[in-house]
Design a protein around this ligand. Structure first.
Ligand SMILES: *Cc1c(COP(=O)(O)O)cnc(C)c1O
Length: 367
């Protein structure tokens, strides 16, 4: 179940932390980190969001086709040559990662007979997407450009929550030097944006400019910091609760082996429950024998190997549960809670990965 009200509260919290004058772009890529891109887009639109961001042209087209007409949509992953016409047709704003792409957009705009706005991404040191061209080269390309219109300058931080590393300061300094050189030559992009959740949460205000891109925070998370971080400013809470139903409850004798490979052997007579959810639903296989779920309000271990469609849990602490009853895989139940960061630590991954991994066959219910 996904709480629309909590998503809205998280969005408002991000807005209030960055303050008036800074637009909060709602990042809804990867189906809104598993929360459902269309639904989340609608919640954010009701809150007055001006920008949404997705990863690919395909994701942008899906939003438009789903009826999202109003806010601007930034395609952060940019576009491939054959996707140019779709940008125009669906009114998507691409992040551009090379000077060649500016020329391409210019030709596209000439053909379409209308201006195309884009955001130029600067590779300020992450060595992922973005251009490493010097300001002079960028200016030369901009001067030749007729219909493609530079609306934004952006970059992305590799280590915004890491206060043992100077990388964010270096990236920001590089980004600012490019922006200043462009400005000195009369090129003023209307939008500057460099910060996502961690740079917002840890108050890297020099990176806020007039726009930030928030994803994880909208879903209730800020990554833990490394080193001596300042106070974390965001007060966001998870909006998603993930439950699975018990298929069977049974008692097994001491010594019984559980699941594939018999990797768990009951040390005493036990009551176990078989959940109708497995790694095909997004429960990480790595949680086999080490993860936990909440059953009848208490944290209880996953026993043995997680199967594709089934997961066995310990129910020795309760007689209250029967087939059809629900167990919480992620969320709060009674006094217990389990969030994506806690699960990620046990699974050896990150909270983003836990959320994005909840598969399409898990029904999303909105409240
Ligand atoms: C995913 C992404 C974001 C959002 O990051 P969060 O940490 O989820 O806030 C922002 N910018 C870019 C370029 C991204 O790829």
């Amino acid at each position: 179940m996904i709480s629309r009200a909590q998503i809205a509260r998280n969005y408002r919290n991000v807005c209030s932390v960055v303050g008036a004058g800074v637009d909060v772009t709602g990042v809804v890529k990867a189906d809104a980190y598993g929360h459902g891109a269309l639904e989340i887009a609608r919640v954010l639109i009701a809150e007055g969001v001006k920008w949404l961001a997705v990863s690919s042209v395909e994701e942008g087209v899906a939003l438009r086709a789903g009826g999202i007409q109003q806010p601007r949509i930034l395609v952060m992953g940019g576009f491939l040559p054959y996707e140019g016409p779709a940008l125009v047709e669906y009114d998507l704003t691409p992040a551009v990662h090379s000077l060649e792409q500016i020329r391409q957009l210019d030709r596209l705009a000439a053909t379409a007979g209308k201006a195309i706005r884009y955001h130029l991404k600067i590779d300020s040191g992450m060595s992922r997407l973005g251009t490493r061209a010097a300001a002079g080269e960028i200016l030369a390309t901009l001067h030749q450009s007729r219909q493609a219109e530079l609306e934004g300058l952006m970059t992305h931080f590799a280590s915004a929550a890491d206060y043992t590393s100077p990388q964010t300061d270096h990236q920001l300094a590089y980004f600012h030097s490019i922006a200043a050189e462009l400005r000195a030559a009369g090129v003023n992009a209307a939008r500057l944006h460099t910060s996502s959740t961690n740079a917002i949460g840890y108050g890297r205000t020099a990176g806020w400019h007039n726009m930030v891109r928030a994803g994880h925070a909208l879903y209730g998370y800020v990554s833990p910091a490394r080193g001596e971080a300042p106070r974390q400013l965001l007060e966001v809470k998870p909006a998603l609760t993930w439950k699975a139903k018990l298929m069977t409850v049974k008692d097994i004798p001491e010594g019984a082996q559980v699941g594939y490979g018999g990797s768990f052997r009951a040390p005493r007579p036990m009551r176990i429950g078989i959940l109708g959810a497995g790694y095909a639903d997004g429960i990480f296989h790595r949680l086999s024998g080490r993860g936990r779920v909440i059953a009848d309000g208490k944290l209880t271990p996953i026993l043995g190997t997680i199967s594709m469609d089934l997961t066995t849990i310990d129910l020795s602490h309760t007689t209250a549960l029967a087939p059809g009853d629900e167990v919480t895989l992620l969320g709060t139940e009674g006094e217990s809670s389990l969030d994506a960061q806690q699960i990620a630590r046990v699974a050896g991954t990150i909270s983003y990965n836990i959320l994005c991994n909840i598969s399409a066959r898990v029904h999303r219910i909105y409240a």
